[in-house]
Design a protein around this ligand. Structure first.
Ligand SMILES: [Zn+2]
Ligand SMILES: [Zn+2]
Length: 219
């Protein structure tokens, strides 16, 4: 990377693992058609670059930062998760300097935006474009807030939230694509099954990748 000046706010080190193209996590966000829902409906945007400190100990989510290319601030990635992750359709700004944080676009989102251009372009250019971007997370008295402690509940809530969205989506899908013959119960049951399995899977996946304690320094 061209900016070697980023320093870990916790340990002062600059030994980072880079999550940027072509890292699989980033590729997945760009190529997975499911991300269209996150980006265009929920307004969830993923920063182009995440830096993961290799010298700090602890779970991944305590070592993962979103760097600001304008002021060099390192924002703990976890502070912009949860409810702070949403309603950022146009991207996010740096809570320290207010400049835009470069974010990714999913290719299918871009396709949808291209096709629907006549619908959103006018309100966008006349109104939304001039609005300030939502910051990655709100500052508390000029300082980043203290992140909440992570407990078992965190993963359960994460899984339950994901499962609930999946339940709604799967239950409504047959009606949305038009081959539901009106049996809302059958549809709701398959949605519930999918939601529970998906929710447990997602909660486990998040814990596995973000929450496990890192053993020693090697990763
Ligand atoms: Zn560190
Ligand atoms: Zn900044």
């Amino acid at each position: 990377m061209s900016e070697p000046s980023y320093k870990c706010p916790k340990c002062g080190g600059s030994n980072f693992k880079h999550w940027e193209l072509p890292h699989p996590v980033i590729l997945h966000w760009i190529l997975n058609p499911g991300a269209v829902f996150n980006e265009l409906v929920l307004g969830q945007r993923m920063p182009k670059i995440s830096l993961i400190c290799q010298d700090c100990e602890g779970p991944l989510m305590d070592r993962s930062y979103t760097p600001c290319p304008s002021c060099g601030a390192m924002h703990l990635g976890r502070l912009s998760s949860g409810k702070e992750a949403f309603f950022k359709w146009r991207g996010a700004s740096c809570p320290s300097c207010g400049e835009a944080i470069p974010c990714l676009w999913n290719v299918f989102s871009l396709l949808v935006l291209l096709v629907t251009f006549p619908i959103w372009s006018l309100p966008y250019f006349l109104y939304f474009r001039k609005k300030p971007l939502k910051p990655l997370y709100p500052m508390v008295e000029g300082k980043p807030p203290t992140p909440k402690a992570v407990t078992k509940k965190t993963w359960i809530y994460m899984g339950a939230g994901f499962g609930a969205v999946m339940f709604i989506f799967l239950s409504l899908l047959p009606f949305l694509i038009g081959y539901g013959d009106g049996d809302i119960w059958a549809s709701a049951i398959s949605g519930l099954t999918g939601g529970i399995i998906g929710g447990i899977g997602f909660g486990f996946f998040m814990w596995f990748f973000l929450g496990r304690r890192k053993k020693g320094i090697a990763s």
